[in-house]
Design a protein around this ligand. Structure first.
Ligand code: 5GP
Length: 290
């Protein structure tokens, strides 16, 4: 073995900066794999032209996939006869094919997309959800709530109306994917219909408030959070005030809440302005097929 080359301080600094940039790029790729934005086949394709990705370990790529993790990742590589220190650029032809086969399921077996539509109360989420249900094969999940039904609502269609005791029991039995309190009532997404539809490859829409959206993202990182914004604050106020179905007190508390909610848009994957319902619906359909 020869002695390591002597680097000048400038060369050392530049090597360190390069290593840092590579680490950052690798970690960005891993989070894109995790969110489902990049598939395994796309990463392998990118490795042809990107040195940082080419040098990434296959294990790192595989374990970044949502639902795989370290233990399953290792087991999977063992099954495919790929060494855990192998880098993407070092994959043989058969190993590459085996990996692609493992991860690229036929459409019929592919999980559906979960889209979470959120935004301030009164912005028109439920109108969008209704139109989407009519215009596409999206499964729009019916939530549970403890608030009383409005005169124009139908049990089982708009919501499952539960008593506080029934809601408590559902929480205790872990029946909700998420639940949150909003304007003095509780709202929750039933877990089972979401899982069933996603496993069948169907696109799913949840129309829920912001706290719930955060919880869904934590549990299902590949979900896409969409924030629906009013064309203007004035428009939102007039929509909430024109809502004859709520008491004055409830409308006032909703306005205050809406103000807080508007400030929360930053952690969403996508912001859509609700100036035209049809346009929003088309964007959601496009997101699901992306
Ligand atoms: P509303 O009482 O006007 O029907 O709904 C009040 C708020 O609760 C809306 O922002 C609506 O999106 C949200 N919401 C409806 N269902 C759910 C749910 O299952 N979970 C959560 N977290 N929020 C929900």
């Amino acid at each position: 073995m020869g002695t390591p080359p002597q680097l000048t301080p400038a060369e050392r600094a530049s090597a360190l900066a390069k290593a840092k940039a590579s680490r950052q790029e690798r970690s960005a790729v891993k989070s894109r794999i995790k969110s489902g934005e990049l598939s395994i086949s796309e990463v392998i394709a990118l490795a042809q032209s990107n040195e940082v990705i080419a040098k990434m370990r296959v294990l790192e790529m595989v374990e970044s996939k949502s639902g795989v993790g370290k233990i399953r990742g290792k087991a999977l590589l063992e099954k495919l006869d790929i060494s855990s220190t192998r880098r993407i650029q070092g994959l043989g032809r058969y190993q590459r094919a085996a990996l692609l086969k493992e991860f690229e399921l036929p459409t019929s077996l592919r999980r559906g997309k979960l889209i979470v539509l959120s935004g301030p109360g009164g912005v028109g989420k439920s109108t969008v959800a209704k139109k989407l249900r009519e215009a596409s094969d999206f499964v729009v999940i019916v939530s549970a709530t403890t608030r009383p039904a409005r005169f124009n609502e139908v049990a089982g269609v708009d919501y499952h109306y539960l008593t506080a005791t029934q809601f408590d029991a559902a929480v205790k039995n872990n029946e909700f994917l998420e639940w949150a309190e909003f304007a003095g009532a509780r709202y929750g997404t039933p877990r089972l219909p979401v899982e069933t539809a996603l496993s069948a490859g169907q696109s799913v829409l949840l129309e829920i408030e912001i706290e719930g959206a955060k919880q869904v993202k934590e549990k299902i990182p590949e979900s896409v959070l969409v924030f629906l914004e009013p064309p203007s604050w004035e428009e939102l106020v007039s929509r909430l005030e024109g809502r004859g179905t709520d008491s004055a007190e409830r409308r006032a508390s909703r306005l205050a809440l809406a103000q807080e909610e508007l400030a929360a848009a930053s952690f969403f994957d996508k912001v859509l302005v609700n100036d035209e319902v049809e346009k929003v619906v088309a964007s959601l359909i496009e997101l699901a097929s992306a």
